[in-house]
Design a binder for this molecule. Structure first.
Ligand SMILES: C[C@H](O)[C@H](O)[C@H]1CNC2=NC(N)=NC(=O)C2=N1
Length: 86
């Protein structure tokens, strides 16, 4: 990555990251915290929940590609995940 986001991979116009939480309730708490911050930023990830594993995809639909908001939200998600031991 060209930014300091080693957990994320770039696939076309998207950033993707997998988060593995310690257990399912923690995974849901992570999603809930992401939801709060996503609303504040008015920027929303696609989230696929599989037991304690979250597959997150970021892109800016309005722009048809990646913008600063995607990289900002990626860093926010990294912080939330780290605080939950994920
Ligand atoms: C109208 C509103 O600002 C847009 O629909 C926002 C909402 N959240 C969004 N989230 C994401 N990931 N991409 C967008 O383009 C986007 N657009």
């Amino acid at each position: 990555m060209d930014t300091n986001l080693p957990e994320w991979r770039r696939e076309g116009d998207e950033l993707r990251r997998t988060v593995t939480a310690p257990d399912f309730p923690t995974a849901i708490r992570i999603v809930d915290e992401i939801a709060v911050r996503a609303e504040e930023l008015n920027h929303h990830p696609d989230i696929d929940i599989r037991w304690r594993t979250l597959h997150l995809t970021l892109t800016t639909h309005d722009a048809g590609g990646l913008t600063d908001l995607d990289f900002t939200l990626a860093a926010v998600i990294d912080d939330i995940a780290a605080r939950h031991g994920a």
